[in-house]
Design a protein around this ligand. Structure first.
Ligand code: SF4
Length: 282
């Protein structure tokens, strides 16, 4: 079977840097706990654990791992950094630059009197990092159009719109238009990560090829941007979302001659290579 890779896929710059920082620390003989998955990918998580950096669920758990804590590319709220200091933990910070920029944008906008409308997933670690320390009356996380319509915008005339980095902003154009109808001034922060966007654009180009029978999207089960890629592919092609090569079912590809492949921003190169090798062998 012929396999065509999207022009752009896989690890983004932020994840590459996070991965590199932890590897360099391990090479120096250091160990520590990573607060939540370093990136949303199970293969990378298992590998980091082998290198001496297992995932931990809370800051105190890091005491058992050389008293060192790694903050993931998703970033954390300032109070989490303060708490790590209070516990005497040494921190290794792999927060992506794009995420840091959004933390700054939110702080600046609040000082200027804006209400913050965040489009993203409530409970996603990146969003939790932005909101954990904020006054609840100064922000709201939205996803559904109905929530936007039902919200009391009259009491919030100045609105700054922030998108979670990995979200497809075009999906929310109607939502933003609704806010514009209701609030006096609406400004949109340019917070979409271009790495994610590039993967999406390249995948759309792949999907436009009529000779491709199906698309395989590779990524971790908690990776939002991987799921977004699968959603885009499903619009026009039969789509398979897999974590690793072992998830592929050869029977499902019977009769197909050509498949396209893309991968989320947290999917390591070795998982992509293994999936491509397995597909070519079908
Ligand atoms: S997807 Fe974008 S925001 Fe997220 S870690 Fe990668 S470069 Fe940073």
């Amino acid at each position: 079977m012929e396999v065509v890779l999207a022009e752009k896929y896989g690890f983004c710059a932020g994840v590459r840097v996070a991965d590199k920082i932890v590897r360099l620390a391990a090479a120096r003989g250091l160990s520590g706990g990573i607060l939540g998955q370093v990136v949303h990918n199970e293969s990378v998580e298992a590998e980091m654990a082998r290198l001496g950096f297992p995932t931990v669920d809370s800051l105190p758990d890091a005491r058992a791992h050389a008293g060192r804590i790694v903050f993931s590319a998703h970033g954390v709220a300032p109070s989490v950094r303060d708490e790590a200091r209070r516990l005497g933990l040494e921190a290794i910070d792999t927060t992506c630059k794009f995420v840091t920029d959004i933390h700054r944008e939110i702080a600046r906008s609040l000082e200027e009197g804006f209400f913050i409308a965040i489009f993203g997933q409530l409970g996603h670690r990146e969003v939790v990092g932005y909101t954990k320390d904020l006054d609840r009356s100064r922000y709201r996380v939205f996803y559904d159009l109905a929530e936007v319509r039902a919200f009391d915008w009259v009491s919030h005339p100045l609105v700054k719109v922030i998108f979670q980095t990995t979200i497809n902003a075009e999906t929310f154009s109607e939502h933003v238009a609704e806010i514009r109808k209701r609030a006096r001034e609406v400004l949109i922060a340019d917070t979409i990560c271009y790495a994610t966007k590039e993967n999406q654009v390249a995948l759309r180009a792949l999907c436009a090829d009529p000779s491709i029978d199906a698309i395989v999207v590779i990524g971790g089960q908690y990776s939002k941007n991987t799921k977004e890629l699968a959603r885009i592919a499903e619009e026009s092609k039969r789509t398979f979302l897999v974590g690793v090569a072992a998830d592929l079912d050869p029977v499902a590809f019977r009769g197909m001659r050509k498949v396209g492949v893309s991968a989320g921003a947290s999917t390591p190169d070795y998982d992509i290579a293994a999936v491509v090798t397995a597909l070519r062998a079908f």
